[in-house]
Design a protein around this ligand. Structure first.
Ligand SMILES: Cc1ncc(COP(=O)(O)O)c(C=O)c1O
Length: 422
């Protein structure tokens, strides 16, 4: 695609300001993202100005296979020419094949799948299934958790700032500090329908579950007769170095949610996996009790099926583990050199860098964008820059991104010193 003029870029941004979201348009420009994305392949995004960027944000986990993985594109093209959407009157084969594949990959007896189009919808289904399967109303979730912005998912999202304008939400929700089993023991009771946890808190600041935490959560739920929901919308399908985040603790949840990477970076799709016992209680009397018009379309399922095959055949979970260690080592060198980082942490290729000062994080993201590397902060903890590149990233691409990061941090520190000296 030919490079576009500054006027053409400005025209797109202007339409965002007039017709999409003026605040967002300002924020993106201020953050160093005042360009238009036009093409992408692998780890590289091409902008209208002609600049090429390394994608280390990875669509918050969407682009695990990189952009436009050829096998996913081919599967989608084939399905597109046959039948992209379902009549919903008949069965469709891509959905049947994908469901079998997910059931084989998932731990324990998570052998049924409900399909939707996003992470929040996958969580909505999980919450409704938990209430119906247990006949209880309460939920326990973690402070800092992020589960989406629909009314139900927002109700269990652990950040006041996003919940408050929409109150009253589901009010039977108790929030507990993450990684504290003692708090779970107090909160999960015979009124709890489900405990909902991420296996690595993504928007909460890339906080991995401490070893044993999820296993203890499982025991606590079993003792109280509550369900355990693992929200793997961001951590699922290899991102953390295992197929699922729960695999690190050898835990089988009762319900597991997926989205983001499931569509292979090409199609949107959400999935809620559940056990036969839950299936019987939720859908036993009425198979239409929870539905979605577009969920599980042949096109999305064909993309997801190809994505799962690539993740397995290319060993992307293992790649995430190895490249994650490489990335963390490089970032730790920056920590030693600059002293500006409070922490470098993460699992697999879900890595976060926490700064002493929020200002440094914001300036560093801007500086990285100017140096051709896309990164972002975590929504519920803006002191943390996240690195979630495609799992196909090379070590040399990691080195390039970390060099840009180091330069951007040093530049940010210099700017802040300058401001202080004024
Ligand atoms: C763990 C988790 N759950 C749910 C969601 C919501 O997904 P979506 O934005 O597709 O609705 C997200 C999105 O970041 C997430 O990280």
């Amino acid at each position: 695609m030919a490079q576009q003029s500054a006027e053409a870029i400005e025209a797109v941004i202007d339409k965002y300001s007039r017709h999409v979201n003026p605040g967002l348009a300002k924020l993106l420009q201020f953050g160093g993202f005042g360009d238009v994305e036009v093409e992408a392949e692998g780890c590289v995004v091409t902008l209208a100005s002609g600049a090429k960027c390394l994608d280390f944000l990875g669509g918050y986990g969407v682009f695990s296979l990189g952009h436009r993985h050829p096998r996913v594109v081919e599967a989608v093209q084939k399905q597109l020419h046959r039948m992209p959407l379902s009549t919903r009157a008949y069965f469709n084969e891509p959905q049947a094949l994908l469901s079998q594949k997910l059931a084989e990959a998932a731990p324990g007896s998570l052998q049924y799948v409900f399909y939707s189009n996003s992470g929040a919808e996958a969580v909505e289904a999980a919450l409704k299934f938990a209430r119906m399967a247990t006949g209880r109303t309460g939920f326990v979730a973690a402070e800092g958790a992020y589960h989406g912005k629909t009314m139900g998912a927002l109700s269990v999202t652990g950040r006041e700032k996003y919940r408050k304008p929409f109150l009253p939400l589901i009010d039977d929700v108790q929030f507990v500090p993450y990684n504290q089993p003692e708090a779970l023991r107090r909160a999960v009771t015979e009124n709890t329908a489900a405990l909902l946890l991420e296996t690595v808190q993504g928007e909460g600041g890339i906080v991995p579950a401490t070893p044993g935490y999820l296993a203890e959560a499982r025991r606590i739920c079993d003792a109280a007769g509550a369900l355990l929901i693992a929200d793997e919308v961001q951590t699922g399908l290899g991102r953390t170095g295992r197929m699922f985040g729960v695999n690190h603790d050898g835990v089988t949840p009762d319900i597991l949610t997926l989205a983001k990477a499931l569509g292979g970076g090409v199609m949107p799709i959400g999935a809620t996996l559940y056990t036969p016992e839950i299936g019987l209680r939720v859908f036993g009397e009425n198979p239409y009790i929870h539905t979605s018009t577009f969920g599980g379309s042949p096109l999305a399922c064909a993309a997801a099926l190809a994505a799962l095959q690539v993740i397995e055949e290319e060993g992307l979970a293992h790649a995430a583990e190895e490249k994650g260690i490489w990335l963390k080592n490089r970032l730790q060198e920056v920590q030693e050199r600059t002293g500006a980082l409070r922490d470098v942490r993460g699992l697999g290729l879900m890595v976060g860098v926490e700064f002493e000062l929020q200002d440094v994080a914001e300036l560093a993201i801007n500086g990285m964008a100017r140096r051709g590397v896309i990164a972002g902060y975590t929504l519920n903890n803006p002191r943390v820059i996240r690195f979630e590149p495609p799992l196909i990233v090379s070590c040399s691409e990691i080195d390039t991104a970390v060099s840009a990061f180091a330069e951007a941090v040093e530049e940010a520190l210099g700017m802040l010193e300058g401001v202080e000296a004024l």
